[in-house]
Design a protein around this ligand. Structure first.
Ligand code: CA
Length: 423
């Protein structure tokens, strides 16, 4: 199958005018999937086009779309049943939607809802969340800070996409408020730990990959199979409590410091839409074992930004980076994940790990941007930040830029105060 087709034609225009604006995240070449509701109505599957949403649940009920003959895969208002169909069906359905939305061939009577009138929900039931650590710059920075600048990368890092099994129960959609976590805290000079709210609440700018093709227990994948099994990508903020993390993370890795919240953007940008923006992974420092080698370019050239806004203040962009810096692609992460025989499910979410680049402002966490609080970030109204304060809002943005823009929309969250500690 060729990597690009008529759905990527830059000349295509939609009869939905707002989709043709050059700065629209959602032109006819994108068509990302989401779940929305309007008013008191039920959850429905939709596709973003300009400032509107096409009601795909209604299209299927009316027989305009029939991805699984005899079944209503969009009726439950969640994307898992559609994702469980084949990659060929994903591609064909996207092509059909592009034809329906095309200014030349389309059907102007399609059911549309304004995004401003819709409430977005988690697009998938996330069965499991796994968080990787696939940015060499990030791993090097953290290793330098917490261990040894001369041996910042652990010896396994250049061979294994390092990851840990996180919590799916606290994966939330953009816009959900984030409660500051309580935890055990112990500074280097403290005699004993104490209970309290995290004072080093941080963000992690990541790319999330959503698995659309399940594997059986005991079934490894090639990198090509893994790449084809990924339905699409979202922006992901893996909220982190650095003071809880530093006391708990040895010997078994992060636990409560990462378990309290992970936000994702509501629109899943498909691997089909990203096809023109494929980018190879960076050069290897050491050869990989052959099972991790890739025959295709499986990273993506996605511009990423972090905005930070104090309560009542205008946002400021504190970091600009790119998903192409990831040392391990999502396909390599998934390949390694399944290697042992770990079964992958439809709706499994793989976080890339914090994406940092080589420049001082291309760092995907406050931990790195402020170097663990040493170098505060100046906000425009005279405030400064080392870590997040209550009332702060963080917004991630991501987009591919070429003959047109393939945008991810935003992934945001506002910090709320910690609860009263249990006695
Ligand atoms: Ca993370």
């Amino acid at each position: 199958m060729p990597l690009t087709d008529a759905t990527h034609d830059p000349e295509r225009r939609s009869w939905v005018d707002s989709a043709n604006a050059p700065d629209s995240d959602f032109p006819i070449q994108n068509l990302p999937w989401g779940v929305f509701s309007a008013g008191d109505g039920p959850r429905r599957v939709g596709v973003a086009i300009g400032e509107m949403i096409v009601d795909v649940t209604a299209l299927e009920a009316d027989g305009v779309l029939e991805p699984a003959p005899g079944e209503q895969v969009f009726a439950r208002g969640i994307l898992n049943p559609f994702m469980a169909l084949t990659p060929t069906v994903w591609t064909e359905t996207r092509a059909r939607l592009a034809d329906l939305l095309d200014a030349a061939t389309g059907d102007r009577a399609l059911p549309l809802v304004a995004q401003s009138d819709a409430r977005m929900h988690l697009p998938v039931f996330v069965r499991s969340f796994t968080d990787f650590y696939a940015s060499k710059e990030h791993a090097t920075n953290v290793g330098s800070m917490f261990r040894d600048p001369d041996n910042a990368l652990m010896p396994n890092w250049l061979h294994i996409p390092i990851g840990y099994n996180g919590r799916a129960s606290t994966v939330v959609v953009s816009g959900t408020e984030i409660t500051r976590p309580l935890g055990q805290l112990k500074g280097p000079d403290d005699d004993a730990p104490r209970l309290g709210p995290s004072a080093k609440l941080d963000i992690e700018l990541e790319l999330g990959a959503l698995v659309g093709t399940a594997t059986r227990m005991g079934q490894p994948l090639t990198t090509a199979q893994a790449e084809a099994a990924i339905f699409g990508y979202v922006l992901l903020n893996d909220w982190s409590a650095r003071d809880i993390q530093v006391w708990e993370y040895q010997p078994l890795g992060p636990f409560q410091s990462k378990a309290f919240a992970t936000s994702i953007s509501p629109w899943i940008v498909t691997r089909d839409a990203l096809a023109p923006f494929r980018h190879p992974t960076p050069p290897r420092d050491l050869p990989l074992l052959p099972y991790l080698e890739e025959a295709t370019a499986n990273n993506f050239d996605i511009h990423l930004e972090i905005d930070l806004a104090a309560e009542g203040c205008a946002p400021v962009t504190v970091a600009r980076t790119n998903a192409r810096y990831l040392y391990y692609s999502a396909a390599q992460q998934l390949t390694h994940h399944a290697l042992s025989g770990c079964a992958m499910e439809v709706g499994d979410l793989l976080g890339s790990g914090t994406i940092s680049g080589p420049a001082p402002d291309s760092l995907g966490s406050l931990l790195e941007l402020t170097w663990n609080g040493r170098d505060p970030i100046a906000l425009p109204d005279g405030q400064e930040r080392r870590f997040l304060e209550d009332g702060d809002t963080v917004t991630l943005r991501g987009w591919c830029e070429g003959a047109y823009r393939i945008g991810f929309g935003t992934c945001s969250g506002t910090i709320r105060p910690a609860p009263v500690p249990p006695a």
